[in-house]
Design a protein around this ligand. Structure first.
Ligand SMILES: Nc1ncnc2c1ncn2[C@@H]1O[C@H](COP(=O)(O)OP(=O)(O)O)[C@@H](O)[C@H]1O
Ligand SMILES: [Mg+2]
Length: 347
């Protein structure tokens, strides 16, 4: 088990939550991120709200292009230059960090309290800097350690949990295999013990065996450090191994959020059902399906339900935007059929 670093307030908060009842460590309210393009603003993240309890993993799933990576970057405020709109609230342990200046966010939040393992992170490591220097850097930059020796020993503690041999610390990234580089990228995000870690497609660039190794590493990290993860993936089968909660994104919006066990047992939204039916290892008895058609353009998305034109269950009401409905068991879905079900259950 990791020694708890007394001067890390991130640690103190994480551990306070872990022993007691789970509480919402993280909450998004109406987060929006639009990008400018020549043909108009792309509404990549369009009013996303959810909360996440300490020590839980939320799998954020959905087809490619639905805004998952944009949401991850919006959370970490890692924005490209062509931002059109960036607003909403990001509560971290009760504080809305959206109100922080860029300088304060960079100093106190990014990498310190929230970290991102970007898509294809293993290729983003600097090939000609030693792994130990890349992993230790945040500790030195944010002055969390007295000297380099202490930074390296902290890096090594993380390495042990990730199953990286100590001698990898003084290798260069280009000397490591894809799986080992991905572990090093995860180590960089973990070294400050942030309250929230966003992992963007952490296994999708890897071969099958390495994928399952990385998933096992993440399970171990979750257990040892009581980490709170947002696991972004287009692969809901892989997500099922780690997820406590599932959030489904479609065309820039959240269409379903539920406890993972309830979700995998009985997805509510017609889009979620199609996603499940399209995964070989998750289908129960039915034949493999694919989802016909394409997600709508995010430049001029349809006014009503964004999934309607691909939905076999669409009806007149779908011309109006459905509300996000919460069922008594806590499951939420943005669909008129679920709204009807909720009303019937209430009656
Ligand atoms: N910097 C950018 N400028 C313009 N459009 C972007 C930019 N980044 C992403 N997009 C667009 O935003 C939408 C969502 O993309 P993304 O967040 O990468 O989806 P996902 O990760 O789910 O595949 C896509 O239509 C994509 O083309
Ligand atoms: Mg992506």
């Amino acid at each position: 088990m990791m020694a708890v670093n007394a001067n890390s307030n991130a640690n103190a908060k994480t551990n306070a939550g872990a022993g007691t009842d789970a509480y919402a460590i993280f909450r998004l309210e109406n987060l929006q991120l639009y990008f400018n393009t020549r043909i108009g603003p792309v509404q990549a993240v369009d009013g996303v709200s959810f909360s996440l309890a300490s020590g839980r993993t939320l799998a954020l799933v959905g087809e490619s292009g639905c805004g998952k990576s944009s949401l991850g970057r919006a959370i970490l405020r890692l924005l490209p230059r062509n931002v059109h709109t960036y607003k909403g609230s990001i509560f971290l342990n009760g504080t809305d960090v959206m109100t922080y200046s860029n300088e304060r966010f960079r100093r106190q939040v990014r990498w310190v309290r929230m970290a991102l393992v970007p898509q294809a992170a293993m290729n983003a490591l600097n090939p000609v800097v030693k792994v130990e220097d890349q992993v230790a850097e945040p500790l030195l930059v944010h002055q969390r350690v007295k000297n380099k020796a202490e930074a390296y020993s902290r890096a090594y503690e993380i390495f042990k949990v990730l199953g990286l041999p100590q001698d990898f610390l003084n290798r260069y990234a280009f000397e490591l295999s894809g799986g080992m580089r991905q572990r090093a990228a995860i180590a960089m995000a973990l070294v400050m013990h942030p309250e929230l870690i966003v992992l963007d497609e952490p296994t999708s660039a890897l071969d099958l065996l390495t994928q399952s190794n990385i998933m096992n590493v993440l399970k171990k990290v979750k257990w040892e450090f009581k980490s709170t993860f947002i696991l972004i993936t287009h692969d809901i089968a892989t997500a099922s191994e780690l997820a406590d909660d599932v959030a489904v994104m479609y065309a820039g919006q959240l269409v379903e959020k539920a406890d993972a066990r309830l979700f995998y047992d009985d997805p509510l939204h017609p889009y979620s059902r199609k996603l499940m039916a399209s995964v070989p290892t998750l289908r129960k008895d039915k034949k493999l399906e694919f989802i016909p058609g394409q997600p709508p353009s995010l430049i001029n998305p349809p006014k009503g339900c964004r999934f309607a034109d691909r939905c076999e269950l669409r009806h007149e009401r779908c011309a109006a935007e459905p509300p996000m409905v919460t069922l008594p068991d806590g499951r939420q879905a943005k669909c008129w059929l679920v709204e009807q079900k909720a009303r019937e259950q209430h009656a």
